[in-house]
Design a protein around this ligand. Structure first.
Ligand SMILES: [Fe+2]
Length: 256
């Protein structure tokens, strides 16, 4: 994890922007401690949007699974909506956030408005560690994940992603959303169940590390080079934990 801490934004803009662009090909988690003290949510949005290589992706599925557009979306403890991980206080299994888009944003930017009294850490599984673990422990599953096509979709199907869960290219990338992957095909269903259980077991190993995002902290990571999840947390009242999230595409260098 790379940590930055600044008293103010002045003089540090380029360092922050460069660190975010570096995530294009990095499994690092970038933590900007007390980031909400130097800029508020609107300020961070404007700051990121002003970068010539960052482009906002405002597509967001709300609680009803319909697409809405927003600068930020809220992940908060709300008992009345707790059937969704976004509003529950339970552990959230590891996943990618943009797996159902075939043109999903690379950068996932979090701003922790209010962390829970205890728990709520992010679990992080860098893809290189995952590939190494699969190669050592489950080579057959690794082969399936690289070769079996799946369909990942959310909402009314306007956006869907036909892909393999691990996709080979300049970099191997991961597109994993267990609950949104179509499982009509028995082979796909078995593979998904097996991978889901594998990831759950791996959470208890040193391959998966935890990041504590405190109230006011911001963090960013590459959504397809890092699997992320969340530990259960203590919450008694609605909004005892509130996280805001935004997504950013990285434009090609030659578009500078
Ligand atoms: Fe997520």
């Amino acid at each position: 994890m790379k940590e930055l801490y600044f008293e103010n934004i002045a003089g540090n803009k380029q360092v922050i922007k460069d660190a975010i662009i570096d995530l294009e090909s990095s499994e690092e988690v970038l933590m900007i401690r007390s980031g909400l003290n130097i800029l508020d949510l609107a300020g961070w949005h404007d700051f990121l949007n002003s970068h010539p290589r960052l482009c906002e992706d405002r597509r967001h599925f709300n609680f009803e699974n319909s697409l809405s557009l927003a600068d930020w979306w809220e992940i908060s403890y709300q008992p009345a909506l707790a059937s969704s991980y976004a509003y529950s206080k339970t552990r959230q299994p590891m996943h990618c956030d943009n797996a159902w888009f075939d043109d999903g944003a690379e950068i996932n930017f979090f701003a922790m408005k209010r962390q829970a009294a205890s728990g709520g850490e992010q679990s992080i599984y860098p893809l290189s560690r995952l590939l190494e673990d699969l190669s050592n422990l489950e080579p057959s599953l690794l082969n399936d994940l690289l070769t079996v096509p799946v369909k990942i979709k959310k909402g009314d199907g306007e956006y869907q992603h036909l892909t393999t869960i691990l996709k080979d290219g300049d970099l191997i990338k991961c597109y994993w959303q267990f609950y949104r992957t179509e499982k009509k095909d028995l082979l796909v269903a078995k593979m998904c169940e097996y991978f889901f259980r594998f990831l759950q077991a791996q959470e208890a190993t040193s391959s998966v590390y935890r990041v504590s995002c405190n109230t006011g902290d911001c963090m960013a990571f590459n959504d397809s080079l890092v699997l992320h999840g969340r530990e259960a947390f203590e919450a008694n009242e609605p909004f005892d934990r509130v996280l805001f999230q935004s997504m950013w595409k990285i434009k090609d260098d030659d578009l500078k």
